[in-house]
Design a protein around this ligand. Structure first.
Ligand code: NAP
Length: 488
């Protein structure tokens, strides 16, 4: 007798880019018992959080778009934050994702026992589910610098991911920015434009690549709406560039690596006129070791008369500013911390508890690792989206999430067909996957002599070291021999 396909209950954690996608794909697969738990009051994830001036995506807009929902209306080649957030709002509305979302409900605990997950939230609600999909994103825990005196500062301090829009920054304001990563490179030129005196405290210089940014004219947008093939061409060109140039350049492919090297060095040489400033901005590590910053505004901004690059190193923060290691006191009114994120929290601080009361902090005490970036042992029927060793270098995370979503649905489908009641990765499969990835990491730029958010406590990058296509191919079908399955 053929059994009826089961309709599982699924809890998705997070209503950012991945959570929205997951909800849409599960519904399209015929799964209707879905709850999306979102800690804030609207969708958008990182694009809701990061509202700093100049926030933009350095992946071409037509590539930073769901494949099934092209957007002929992108106003520019590299879309800015508010427009991206609007796009996610639009998709969530169009596909009625919000019917499944519980806003302002942060997951505090999730525990597995006897084939079910029990999920508890900040609203004292409890949800029982067959599956959990953790779509909590990668860079969402602001990293605050451990600099003496930080709390003593009497002016206004905020992290770029928590931008304080109530602070009026004008020509009479003295702003200090700590950090010179991708975020700072976008925010600093905007601060400089206000006429404020902007002091940039750089600990380590970064490699920047210049890629022209431009707006799409009304006519070209109309043409894209009329002829979807044009949007598709834009998307494919972006994908081709990221896949065959960028990703390969940082994973040890000779020609691309040297081309990227040349382009970044030429950008520094051609953009910075003053030799002393140029040398201060010159990194002494391999191009691509830290995430290459794609940016056209930072080098221009930092040469303006109201900008100052300070490289002496921070001694401590005082009530009125920053003292650098050369003894100089820099008076400030506003202190902006562009000091990045803790990339290793993933779903934490949630208490994720698997089989036998195993807390995720204990499971990951020695090393953060997952089978194919997504599956853990002792955490049955659990998926971690964009987990460790997803190809999160300079590629579109949307494309990554789409590949992972298909993989999730294939596994859930096996459950629906009664092939098993629970599955989890075998510990051996996790270790083998980790060793396989580690082997590839040796040839990448990420181990090229720098410190970055890519590196775990052992100095191993949490990235995927092989080609995009290899990852896609390997994610096509779940290899069931790498999983433990049980039927009750
Ligand atoms: P980040 O790249 O990690 O940069 C943090 C900066 O803060 C670095 O310059 C770091 O210096 C500095 N810093 C940290 N602690 C410090 C301390 N105690 N004293 C002095 N300096 C300190 O962070 P991010 O700029 O926020 O970017 C993080 C990631 O977000 C990017 O790599 C990217 O993946 C993503 N992002 C993407 C876009 C986009 O366009 N798609 C835009 C923004 C961000 P050191 O280098 O010396 O550590």
């Amino acid at each position: 007798m053929t059994q009826v396909k089961r309709n599982p209950s699924v809890v998705i954690i997070g209503a950012g880019m991945t959570g929205i996608l997951m909800d849409i794909k599960l519904r399209q697969a015929g799964i209707t018992d879905i709850v999306v738990l979102e800690k804030k009051d609207c969708v958008g994830g990182t694009w809701r959080e990061n509202t700093y001036p100049g926030a933009a995506c350095d992946v071409p807009a037509h590539m930073y778009t769901y494949s099934f929902e092209p957007n002929p209306n992108w106003s520019r080649f590299f879309a800015h934050g508010p427009e991206i957030k609007q796009y996610f709002e639009h998709v969530a509305d169009k596909y009625d994702v919000k019917r499944d979302i519980r806003f302002n409900e942060a997951v505090t605990d999730a525990q597995y026992a006897n084939g079910k997950w029990t999920v508890k939230t900040s609203q004292q609600q409890t949800y029982i589910a067959d599956f959990i999909v953790c779509a909590t994103g990668i860079l969402h825990h602001p990293q605050f610098p451990d600099i003496p005196g930080l709390k003593d500062f009497k002016g206004t301090t905020f992290h770029t991911a928590q931008w304080n829009h109530n602070v009026d920054i004008s020509a009479s304001t003295r702003v200090g920015v700590i950090g010179t990563g991708s975020t700072a490179a976008q925010a600093i030129p905007e601060l400089i434009k206000t006429g404020a005196k902007v002091s940039v405290f750089q600990r380590t210089p970064q490699w920047l690549m210049h890629l022209p940014d431009f707006t799409f004219s009304k006519t070209s947008r109309k043409l894209m709406a009329r002829f979807p093939i044009i949007t598709k061409i834009h998307r494919n060109m972006g994908k081709f560039f990221l896949e065959h140039f960028f990703t390969k350049a940082v994973t040890g492919h000779f020609i691309q690596k040297h081309a990227l090297n040349f382009l970044c060095k030429a950008n520094l040489r051609l953009s910075i006129k003053d030799k002393t400033l140029r040398e201060k901005l010159r990194p002494h590590y391999q191009v691509g070791c830290k995430r290459v910053i794609i940016n056209t505004t930072f080098y221009k901004g930092i040469q303006k008369p109201n900008a100052e690059l300070i490289t002496e190193g921070i001694e401590r923060i005082t009530e009125t500013g920053i003292i650098t290691k050369d003894g100089k006191h820099h008076e400030l009114d506003v202190l902006v911390l562009s000091t990045g994120f803790n990339a290793f929290n993933f779903m934490r601080p949630m208490n994720l508890i698997g089989r036998n009361n195993l807390h995720i902090d204990k499971a990951w005490a020695h090393k953060i690792k997952a089978y194919r970036s997504m599956l853990l042992s002792d955490y049955p029927n659990f998926f971690l989206m964009l987990g460790p060793n997803t190809p999160i270098g300079n590629f579109s995370v949307i494309a990554m999430s789409e590949v992972q979503t298909d993989y999730v649905i294939k596994l859930i489908d096996k459950w629906r067909e009664h092939e098993f009641d629970e599955f989890e990765a075998k510990q051996q499969a996790i270790d083998d996957f980790n060793a396989y990835v580690k082997e590839g990491l040796k040839g990448t730029s990420w181990v090229g002599g720098c410190q970055s958010w890519y590196l775990d406590a052992d100095g191993d990058p949490i990235l995927w070291p092989y080609t995009w296509q290899r990852w896609v191919d390997e994610m096509k079908q779940p290899q069931m021999e790498h999983l433990n399955t049980r039927s009750f």
